[in-house]
Design a protein around this ligand. Structure first.
Ligand code: LHQ
Length: 263
């Protein structure tokens, strides 16, 4: 499909997906969701992808749901927001979490509402120093959605999650890093360079193992210690059968850099 609201490109194992409605701070529309689904389907069907890099065009990352969309403007007439979540946002977030390789998010500006939670659903989040993570929901009479009530307490603890969700105060990129909400905050002019370096590094990593690491880390909060030990054993069995494990060990023994192929 021809993309109008996103940019999508794939080179050397890196899929790059950029939200592209800069004049509206990349707010989500039904069309953008459709295009994201299409791009993710392309990504799913391409075995050469080893990392997905997400960012936003212009000065914002994503301002959440576009409130001027006809459907949203109809929310005063009992529009079913739950079904919007089930149809658009929830499948998108589930897909990101399930991708068998890392998803890096480069937050270039304000990330608000579902835009913020879209970023926080990614595996490694780096942000420009001038970016902010703005809570919105309680300001407009909604509850946090798009995974926020799941990820926030796990990332920053109950006290901060509760106060942030209720008070809806913005969090600067520096504060987000200090709290462990994101991986790191970098100078604005370095964001794209750092994100590219990270993506290229990940595209040359043992992808199979990275996908299994995602599984283990995301399963961890729900599991007991015993269950997690068993899960690690099962996932390690899988990793141990990969070509990249053989290559990693050979490279170590031969004192050379490993050339991982991703499986
Ligand atoms: C926008 C938006 C926007 C449309 C900026 N929509 N135009 C809800 C429904 C269903 C299911 C899923 O869950 C949700 C949850 C949500 O996502 S609710 C959250 C929706 N988002 C918001 O409430 C954020 C609204 N935006 C803002 O508060 C501000 O724009 C922020 C704080 C993000 C940035 O402020 P500024 O840097 O001062 O920029 P701005 O306000 O001047 O915005 C620039 C333009 O973008 C402006 O358009 P204009 O034509 O006047 O230049 C805004 O109207 C437009 N825009 N967010 N969500």
């Amino acid at each position: 499909m021809a993309f109008e609201t996103i940019q999508f490109a794939l080179t050397d194992g890196v899929a790059r997906l950029t939200l592209n409605r800069p004049e509206k701070l990349n707010a989500f529309t039904a069309r953008m969701h459709e295009e994201l689904r299409s791009a993710l389907t392309d990504i799913d069907s391409n075995a050469s992808v080893r990392v997905l890099l997400i960012s936003g065009a212009g000065r914002g990352f994503c301002a959440g749901q576009d409130l001027s969309e006809r459907a949203m403007a109809g929310s005063a007439q009992n529009f079913d927001l739950g079904s919007t979540l089930e149809q658009n946002y929830n499948p998108l977030l589930r897909r990101l979490r399930k991708l068998p390789y890392p998803v890096v998010c480069a937050v270039n500006g304000v990330a608000a509402g579902t835009g913020r939670n879209f970023a926080l659903a990614c595996d490694i989040v780096i942000a420009a120093k001038s970016a902010s993570f703005t809570e919105i929901f309680s300001r407009i009479g909604l509850i946090p959605d798009a995974g926020e009530t799941y990820v926030l307490p796990r990332l920053i603890g109950m006290a901060r999650a509760m106060a942030l969700s209720i008070l809806a105060d913005p969090v600067s990129a520096e504060q987000a890093e200090a709290w462990g909400l994101i991986w790191k905050c970098v100078p604005d002019e370095k964001l794209h360079e750092e994100a590219e370096l990270l993506a290229k590094r990940l595209a040359a990593a043992p992808t199979k193992a990275l996908g299994l690491i995602k599984k283990a880390i995301y399963a961890s909060p729900q599991n007991t210690f015993d269950t997690q030990l068993s899960l690690e054993a099962n996932l390690q069995r899988e990793a141990g059968l990969s070509e990249d494990f053989k290559e990693g060990v050979s490279a170590f023994l031969e004192k050379r850099a490993a050339r991982f192929i991703g499986h």
